[in-house]
Design a protein around this ligand. Structure first.
Ligand code: HEC
Length: 166
């Protein structure tokens, strides 16, 4: 498969796989939020104000989505933010290798080797993609416009201090 065919296949899989639902910030239409195509897969906006967390809405079996961009989730795991998947070297996947990407997707690990990825990243379903599909997705991601956007670190439940609470 040529490079171009791989990228096209990756775009197809990303669109079908719903990656933009979480990893792309949104613009608003009469029909609700749609992905902002000028910021594809750039993750939770670094300049957006973090909504205060209502800890009464979290606990066993309870979780919620906090913002209109659909990029921040709060649950028993703490607070998670959709990652920047664009090939920006400092804030995205620019320095990732194909192996790191496959390990992240298949084993649900941050950077492909560190802590387990938090919900709602649906790696359990995505893990069954074969290597060829994973490589196509990675080729597509690498072909995107790099966007410098530093997504905040996830926050563990015990670190949801007063300043973040509603
Ligand atoms: C339902 C929301 C959701 C969907 C759909 C989703 N993701 Fe994610 N993804 C997340 C969240 C949230 C994180 C950050 C998790 C964390 O901080 O542990 C993440 C993290 C990642 C990471 C790890 C980044 C890192 O720094 O380690 C990769 C790679 C990734 N997603 C790729 C994808 C791809 C490719 C798709 C589509 C096939 C996809 N995701 C679909 C929510 C989602």
């Amino acid at each position: 498969m040529s490079k171009e065919e791989m990228i096209n296949k990756g775009a197809y899989l990303v669109n079908f796989g719903g990656c933009n639902d979480c990893h792309t910030p949104k613009i608003f239409t009469d029909m609700g939020p749609v992905p902002d195509t000028t910021r594809l897969l750039s993750g939770h906006r670094q300049d957006s104000v973090l909504p205060l967390i209502d800890t009464s809405l979290i606990g066993p079996g309870k979780w919620y989505l906090t913002n209109n961009d659909l990029t921040v989730w709060v649950g028993p795991w703490g607070v998670s933010f959709a990652a920047n998947l664009t090939p920006d070297v400092n804030t995205g996947l620019g320095s990732w290798t194909e192996d790191m990407f496959i390990n992240a997707m298949r084993n649900g690990l941050h950077l492909g080797l560190a802590r387990p990825l938090l919900p709602p990243m649906p790696f359990m379903g995505l893990a069954s993609l074969n290597d060829e599909d994973m490589k196509a997705i990675f080729a597509y991601i690498k072909s995107l416009k790099p966007i410098s956007n530093q997504v905040p670190n996830s926050i563990l439940p015990n670190d949801i201090t007063e300043q973040f609470r509603k």
